[in-house]
Design a protein around this ligand. Structure first.
Ligand code: G6P
Length: 490
């Protein structure tokens, strides 16, 4: 089913190629059955769209539909190169190896990762397909930026096919400590896959440090500071690489990702969004305090810990419903993966339990929505919330925390933020919590509820400054200019 294109040809000749699991578009099917593609909302595509349009860029990714062999197409001025996947490949590569092996392993084994050889084999095969498509799209000497844990083998595969390319990789999720990473039966192959890049980017310096330790432990390459000197003996392809003079160097460094802050700020200032925020509070019965959680329904987000803390505060009479309401948006995610199904049951049982105990005809304690919403509705919810709860047990960054700050142009609201989210390093003015410490989390929630206005405004001003000054465009620029500097000499 893969199209018959030879790797190594320069194909359509794009000088900038992004490779990500998903294309940045969503399909809608018209009544007559024709498929329309619209750009999906998301920081990454926002940051890269100008580059994709002004330069001759292309985006390689899976279109999200199976059993379909689409030709390259344009959407919103972006050149898209679809990589087809069969249903079985989605099961083994995406739901299996990516989201039931790597995802839990890289998030501190919050649930046990599963190791299956047939999942790994499909992961390899699918990574090869992405690499082939990228090799075909890229012009001589082009820059290729590979995204995230679903595609960790692509950099080395691509380098083998096209040694002329400048290759960057960015890991959006944590990179685990070596003691956990070591569980992976294919740990050396994954590290070698990543080392095909010239620059490997992580969210936090701690992730880069974990990766460098894994390089020392599981490969024969040596490291010095943030640089890895590739031992040519282990990478046969490098030995006869005409573009390589001597030993190749790879850099591992932190580039904390952000959001399109100015756009979020603008949306949150718009009249319809301000009106909607007021309406949300009225719809909730004008409670004294609105707490808010916004997450993909994922076990890494600590939603159960959050509910436990909230439920205990109600049990103890420190807060009462419906005077205090918790709004929880949990967007559907990876619904065919067993652990996500189990989590959904637990969360919904817990909502039922707390509402059964503390809700009344006057209003519920928890308003739970298993939906995703457009950006305008999210901005209105952020504006309506007195306290934002981000309680991740482990999180690469957590962009919800940054969105909350970007939306609060009124300097209202308090952010309670887990120290296990990458965002904690960027947003130290939040009330930082250890979500495993239920008493500490309860105390932080009460402190947020009772925080004097002056203190609240001071903290929010500082949070906003951090977010507005470091947006996703700067993130992309910082990464790409480092990649350019590293590869300039070649
Ligand atoms: C995380 C990952 C992304 C992923 C997203 C949504 O942010 O880093 O790579 O796209 O979750 O997950 P999904 O499985 O729906 O793509």
């Amino acid at each position: 089913m893969a199209k018959n294109r030879s790797a190594g040809s320069t194909g359509r000749g794009h000088d900038f190629v992004v490779v990500a699991n998903r294309l940045p578009v969503d399909a809608t099917v018209d009544q007559d059955g024709t498929v329309q593609w619209t750009r999906s909302p998301g920081g990454l595509v926002t940051a890269l769209a100008p580059l994709m349009r002004s330069g001759d860029g292309a985006w390689v990714g899976w279109p999200g539909r199976t059993e379909e062999d689409l030709d390259p197409f344009e959407a919103d001025g972006i050149h898209l190169r679809p990589v087809p996947l069969t249903q079985q490949e989605v099961t083994d590569y995406y739901e299996g190896f990516s989201n039931a092996t790597l995802w839990p392993l890289y998030h501190d084994v919050i649930v046990p990762p599963e190791y299956h050889r047939h999942w790994w084999n499909t992961y390899r095969k699918v990574n090869e397909r992405f690499a082939t498509e990228a090799a075909d799209a890229a012009d001589e000497g082009a820059e290729v930026w590979v995204q995230d844990y679903q595609l960790q083998l692509v950099p080395a595969m691509l380098r083998r096919m096209r040694p002329d390319l400048r290759i960057g990789f960015f890991n959006h999720i944590p990179f685990p400590p070596v003691e956990l990473f070591g569980q992976l039966p294919w740990r050396s192959a994954v590290i070698e896959g990543l080392l095909g890049a010239d620059l490997v980017g992580f969210q936090r310096s701690g992730d880069a440090a974990n990766f460098l330790r894994a390089v020392r432990r599981f490969t024969t390459h040596s490291t010095r500071g943030n640089e890895i000197a590739i031992d040519p003996g282990t990478q046969a392809d490098d030995a006869d690489d005409a573009h390589n003079t001597g030993r190749r160097q790879v850099r591992a460094a932190a580039f904390p990702i952000s959001i399109d802050a100015a756009h979020f700020d603008e949306v949150a200032r718009s009249e319809p969004v301000l009106e909607r925020a007021a309406q949300i509070r009225r719809e909730l019965g004008d409670p004294r305090t609105v707490l808010l959680g916004v997450d993909r329904l994922d076990y890494t987000k600590g939603i159960r810990h959050r509910f436990k803390a909230f439920g205990e505060l109600l049990d103890e009479g420190k807060i009462t419903a419906p005077g205090t309401a918790l709004v929880q948006v949990a967007s559907p995610s990876r619904e065919r993966v067993e652990q996500y199904q189990a989590l959904r049951h637990q969360i919904e049982e817990s909502v039922g339990h707390i509402n059964g105990q503390h809700g009344s005809l006057a209003g519920a304690a928890i308003y739970y929505m298993h939906h995703s919403y457009p950006m305008e509705e999210m901005a209105a919810l952020y504006l309506a919330a007195d306290v934002m709860l981000v309680t991740s047990l482990r999180d690469g960054m957590n962009l919800v925390a940054k969105e909350y700050a970007a939306a609060r142009h009124d300097l209202g609201g308090v952010l309670v933020l887990s120290e296990f989210a990458g965002a904690a390093a960027d947003l130290p003015q939040a009330l930082l919590i250890n979500p495993h410490d239920i008493e500490g989390t309860k105390a932080a929630i009460m402190r947020a509820i009772d925080m004097p206005e002056r203190d609240r405004r001071r903290r929010m001003r500082a949070l906003r400054r951090r977010v507005m000054d470091n947006d996703v465009r700067q993130w992309a620029q910082a990464f790409l200019s480092t990649l350019q500097a590293l590869t300039q000499e070649r």
